[in-house]
Design a protein around this ligand. Structure first.
Ligand code: ADP
Ligand code: ASP
Ligand code: MG
Length: 430
C-alpha cells in the first residue's frame, strides 16, 4: 500500500465546499488503495487576517505571541477536514505540527524543521486512518510554538514525505503547476512539465511563491520528488526533481517577481575595514534577512552601502541601524518602500552571453528604471519600482519568447504518481 502525502493550500481549503472537494479527493485516493497523509494550510486569507488582527491589538506584537496566534489558522483546517472525511465514511485523525512530531529550531516566525518523527502519523496510517497534519507549525525542544515562515506548509509536506518515506509528495494548489512566470501576471506563461531543484530553489527564493524555498531544499536533501498540481482537476502538474530531460538550448527557465521590498542606504560610510561587518552583524542579530547588497565605489575615503530587506522588516531594521549609523561615523540613512525584485533564472545561463543585456533592453523599452543589479551563475536580479514589476515581467517574458520555446520533449511527464530520484522511494529524515 503506497503512502502518499498530499498538501492543500489556502485557496484549496478556503470554504466548506472546498474542504469537501479536498475530502472527496482524499477519499478517492483511499478507495484506490493508498495510505494518505494530508497536510493543510489555513483557510483562504486566514493567516493575513490573523496578522491584521494582531496589529490592531499591538503595533509591534512579540514574535512568541505571533507564532501562537498564526498557528491557530492551520488547526481550524485540520479539524474541519478530519470531520468532513469522517462524514464521508473515511476514518481520519487530525494532528497539530507538534503532535505530528515536527521539531523546530526555536526561531519563532521563520523556523526550520530540525527533526520530524511522525510517530503518531505512522500509527494512524497503520490503523487505516487518514492523517491530517497542520502545516506551517512545530514546537522547539522546549515545547514553544514556532511557525515556518509564510508559505511554510509546503515544507511540512515535503518533510513529512521524507519522514514517511512516502511514495510521492503532491502539492495541490490553485494553479496547474510551475509556470515560466506567475500566470496571474503573465497570462501566456507556459506550464513546465519538469524543473530541477536548483532552478526551482532560485525561483522560489526570488519570489515565485508557488513553492516555499525550504520545501525545495528539503526535497533536494532527501530525494523527494515534488509534484506541484491543481486541486481543481486531475491533470498532471510540474515535477520538481534532480535531473530533467532538458531540451538543449534552453537558457532561461523562468521569471520571478517579489514585491514588498524596501531599500536602505547608509550614506558616507568611512572606507575602512570592519564597518560593513558591524552594520550587517547588528542586522543579523535582529534576525532580519538582508537581500541585495551593493557598495558604491570609494570617493574621498567614503562609501555608500545599499541593501534591501523585506518591507515588513523595515521598522525593525531601522531601529537597529539608527543608533549604529552615528557610531560607525556614517553621514546619513535613507530608506524607501515600494520597490520590487524582478529576476530571470536558468541553469543554461552559465554558458550563455547576452541574457543580462536582453533583460535590461526589455525593461528599457518600457522605460523601467533599474536601481540595483545582482547576478549569480544562474540568475540575474534587478531592483525596480514596485508599480512597474508586472510590466517588467511581461516585457522580459516576451523578449525571451518564454511562451513559445518548447521547454521539454513531449511526453516527459505523463504519469501522475512519482517516486524519489533513481526511482527509489523517498529517503528518511532524522
Ligand atoms: P497555496 O495557498 O496553494 O500554497 P500560494 O498562493 O502559496 O498557494 O501559491 C500559488 C500561487 O503562486 C499562484 O496562485 C500564483 O499566483 C503564484 N505563482 C508565483 N509564481 C508562480 C509560478 N512561476 N508558477 C505558478 N504559480 C506562481
Ligand atoms: N498559512 C500560512 C501562510 O499563509 C502557511 C501556508 O499557507 O503555507 O503563509
Ligand atoms: Mg503556498
Amino acid at each position: 500500500m503506497a503512502i502518499i502525502v498530499q498538501k492543500y493550500g489556502g485557496t484549496s481549503v478556503g470554504s466548506v465546499e472546498r474542504i469537501y472537494n479536498v475530502a472527496h479527493r482524499v477519499a478517492a485516493a483511499v478507495d484506490a488503495g493508498h495510505s494518505i497523509a494530508v497536510v493543510v494550510s489555513a483557510m483562504g486569507d486566514t493567516t493575513d487576517e490573523l496578522v491584521s488582527l494582531a496589529r490592531s491589538v499591538a503595533a509591534c506584537p512579540s514574535e512568541r505571541e505571533m507564532a501562537v496566534l498564526l498557528s491557530t489558522g492551520e488547526q481550524v483546517t485540520i479539524a474541519l477536514l478530519a470531520m468532513a472525511l469522517e462524514n464521508l465514511g473515511c476514518n481520519a485523525a487530525s494532528f497539530t505540527g507538534p503532535q505530528a512530531g515536527v521539531v523546530t529550531d526555536g526561531s519563532k516566525l521563520n523556523s526550520r524543521i530540525t527533526a520530524f518523527s511522525a510517530v503518531r502519523v505512522k500509527k494512524a496510517l497503520a490503523e487505516g486512518k487518514v492523517a491530517v497534519v497542520a502545516g506551517f507549525q512545530g514546537a522547539d525542544k522546549d515545547g514553544e510554538i514556532n511557525t515556518l515562515g509564510r508559505g511554510g506548509s509546503d515544507t511540512t509536506a515535503v518533510a513529512l514525505a521524507a519522514a514517511l518515506q512516502a511514495h510521492s509528495c503532491e502539492i495541490y494548489t490553485d494553479v496547474d503547476g510551475v509556470f515560466t512566470c506567475d500566470p496571474r501576471i503573465v497570462p501566456d506563461a507556459r506550464k513546465m512539465n519538469e524543473i530541477t531543484y536548483d532552478e526551482m530553489l532560485e525561483l522560489a527564493s526570488l519570489g515565485a511563491k508557488v513553492l516555499h524555498p525550504r520545501a525545495v531544499e528539503c526535497g533536494k536533501g532527501h530525494g523527494v520528488v515534488i509534484h506541484v498540481r491543481s486541486s481543481f482537476h486531475y491533470e498532471p502538474g510540474t515535477l520538481v526533481k534532480e535531473e530533467i530531460d532538458l531540451e538543449t538550448g534552453t537558457v532561461i527557465r523562468g521569471i520571478a517577481c517579489d514585491k514588498g521590498q524596501a531599500k536602505i542606504a547608509v550614506v558616507g560610510v568611512p572606507d575602512k575595514p570592519g564597518v560593513a561587518a558591524r552594520i550587517f552583524t547588528a542586522i543579523g542579530k535582529a534576525n532580519v534577512n538582508v537581500d541585495l547588497i551593493v557598495q558604491s565605489i570609494r570617493r574621498e575615503g567614503e562609501n555608500d552601502i545599499l541593501f534591501t530587506v523585506c518591507a515588513d522588516e523595515l521598522p525593525k531594521t531601522l531601529t537597529v541601524l539608527e543608533p549604529l549609523v552615528k557610531d560607525v561615523g556614517a553621514k546619513e540613512l535613507f530608506h524607501q518602500n515600494s520597490v520590487a525584485k524582478i529576476s530571470v533564472v536558468g541553469s543554461g545561463m552559465v554558458n550563455s552571453t547576452g541574457v543580462a543585456a536582453g533583460m535590461f533592453q526589455a525593461m528599457a523599452a518600457e522605460n523601467i528604471n533599474i536601481e540595483i543589479i545582482s547576478t549569480s551563475e544562474i540568475k540575474i536580479t534587478c531592483l525596480i519600482a514596485e508599480d512597474r514589476v508586472e510590466d517588467a515581467a511581461r516585457a522580459i517574458h516576451k523578449y525571451f519568447n518564454l511562451s513559445d520555446v518548447p521547454l521539454y520533449p513531449e511526453n516527459s511527464s505523463e504519469t501522475t504518481e512519482v517516486t524519489g530520484r533513481n526511482n527509489q522511494v523517498c529517503r528518511g529524515i532524522q
